[in-house]
Write a protein that binds this ligand. Structure first.
Ligand code: UDP
Ligand code: MG
Length: 320
């Protein structure tokens, strides 16, 4: 049942050092949202920025936008918590019947929101945007992204749609489920995938960033990838039991072979090379499996500490 006390739509926008991007974003998105209709009247909407510890004048730009149009609201976090945490803050405070996370850099065209709303009205609870082509990304970025989606979906039971970013429409039902998820590790695409519901896709062309530059280098993306896989799957932990089992069997067969050979042919001293290979190989394998174990243990530590996911320093037009 649509709740008439809520605006139809909340657009949530995490921003980190994006002073030059706020004004063009507001101009273009406001135009799109003002054309949306809710029945016979204009749709009520809000834009909710989440200032993720910006060091530049992003917050001042948001204040200016709020003064010009009070439907533009914001939360300012006490420091940089990362995009996933900022998105969580947005989801927690969004008022809309439907919520659309979008980046401020206009790489995802806001005009697509209209199509998402149409699908939502058909009864879909999640309408995610799929990039028709990723030509705006470099070849290595496309290849690693591809590899990641494959690895994630192979290891995890909750499949994330390929080439879909965070740009999507979420029904209030889905938002409420995500708000209930207690984990500190907020790999949003994984949380969206886990929650299920009726999903539809709309295709769009992703363009290049117009102002500012990307906040994600390869190291950050790699960390994000590990966060994603470890939060969605325990296969990397379990696989060592099977690897260990296979190696133990092979070891047993080799032991029998050596014993028989010694019985029939006597003791042979050579074997330095095979010994070194075995020691180094298994040493490496053990460290690798310990490392994987460590990844999970570290994450358990973060979860049991139970710290807040983000800290709000200032609210601009957002009620408690
Ligand atoms: N962002 C954020 N916190 C961060 C890094 C990025 O809120 O620590 C925001 C950023 O301002 C932008 C969005 O996340 O609105 C996507 O970032 P970006 O465009 O740099 O990522 P890319 O499109 O290159 O993957
Ligand atoms: Mg971008």
């Amino acid at each position: 049942m649509p709740d008439k006390n809520r605006p139809l739509l909340s657009v949530i926008v995490p921003v980190k050092d994006e002073e030059a991007a706020i004004a063009p974003f507001v101009a273009r998105v406001t135009k799109v949202l003002d054309e949306l209709r809710d029945g016979r009247s204009r749709a009520a909407w809000e834009i909710l920025f989440i200032d993720d510890g910006s060091q530049d004048s992003t917050l001042a730009a948001i204040h200016a936008a709020h003064r010009a149009d009070p439907r533009i609201r914001a939360l300012s976090l006490s420091r940089n918590f990362g995009k996933e945490a900022a998105l969580s803050a947005g989801i927690d405070h969004a008022a809309g019947q439907a919520v659309v996370p979008i980046d401020v850099d206009l790489q995802d065209p806001p005009e697509v929101i209209g199509e998402m709303l149409d699908q939502w009205r058909e009864g879909y609870d999640v309408v995610y945007g799929v990039r028709r082509n990723r030509m705006s990304d470099s070849l290595p970025k496309r290849m690693t992204a591809d590899l990641y989606y494959r690895a994630h979906n192979w290891l995890s039971a909750d499949k994330i749609p390929e080439h879909a970013g965070d740009f999507r429409l979420l029904d209030r039902k889905v938002v409420d489920v995500i708000k209930l998820m207690p984990e500190r590790n907020r790999f949003m695409k994984g949380l969206f995938a886990w929650s299920g519901f009726r999903q539809a896709a709309v295709e769009y062309d992703r363009v290049e960033r117009e102002v500012g530059e990307t906040k994600f280098n390869y190291w950050k993306l790699w960390t994000l990838a590990i966060d994603g896989i470890t939060s969605a799957s325990t296969v990397p932990l379990r696989v060592w039991s099977y690897i260990g089992g296979c190696i133990a069997l092979l070891g047993l067969a080799y032991a029998a072979f050596i014993a028989l050979r010694t019985i029939f042919y006597g003791i042979e001293v050579a074997g330095y090379a095979s010994m070194m290979v075995a020691i180094l190989f298994f040493g490496g394998l053990q460290l690798l499996s310990l490392g994987v174990l460590g990844e999970y243990v570290g994450r358990i530590l973060v979860e049991v500490k139970h710290r807040p996911i983000y800290v709000v320093r200032e609210r601009i037009g957002v009620e408690e």
